[in-house]
Unconditional design. Structure first.
Length: 194
């Protein structure tokens, strides 16, 4: 049997399969966990040492590489709502299957053609990222999916966004152009608020 690679040869976040490829046996892996050298995030996902990160986001990012924070979770990240979601709102392309997670996740399926519009990356750890929609895309999604979360949340997010220096309605309308079903609601809300 090949000797196990030193712990430092593994990424900060690694899977059971990564450890096996590095030569670790299950016995060595679980012993390192029991000694506190590694931390188990979720079934089959581990971190080296005491990682200072949101472990739910770590699990989501590992299980679904295209996962993107959206709706109430993204609004809260951008300080556009006071709502604290009971579960993490995560979008996936409609063509992808949602994985099982221990983390509390509400999965949303977005059209493959519009999924990547505005999508950016948020660092979860030094070497792990998760997708995040910017404020403009998140506000449009709030109007687009207002049947799920209500118009009040979308309107409040829009008000807060407009109150921030440098934000222009034309920027929001440019993004809304890619979402024809939501564009009329966004234009109407802007007319009322401006």
């Amino acid at each position: 049997m090949v000797p196990a690679a030193p712990l430092l040869d593994l990424a900060t976040v690694f899977t059971h399969a990564d450890a096996r490829r590095a030569g670790w046996s299950d016995r060595e892996l679980y012993a390192a966990r029991d000694r506190g050298e590694i931390q188990q995030v979720a079934r089959g996902i581990y971190t080296r040492g005491d990682l200072q990160a949101d472990l739910d986001l770590v699990e989501i990012a590992v299980r679904a590489t295209s996962a993107t924070l959206c709706l109430t979770t993204a609004l809260a990240h951008h300080d556009l709502t006071d709502d604290i979601p009971a579960s993490i709102n995560v979008a996936l392309p409609r063509s992808r299957r949602a994985p099982r997670t221990q983390a509390p996740v509400t999965w949303h399926r977005f059209d493959d053609d519009t999924f990547h519009i505005g999508r950016t990356k948020l660092a979860v750890t030094d070497d792990l990222t998760i997708g995040l929609y910017p404020p403009t895309r998140t506000i449009i999604d709030a109007y687009r999916l207002r049947h799920l979360y209500g118009t009040e949340q979308a309107n409040e997010a829009l008000k807060r966004w407009l109150a921030q220096p440098g934000n222009q309605p034309t920027e929001l309308l440019a993004t809304a152009h890619d979402f024809p079903a939501a564009a009329p609601a966004v234009r109407s809300a802007l007319q009322v608020l401006l």
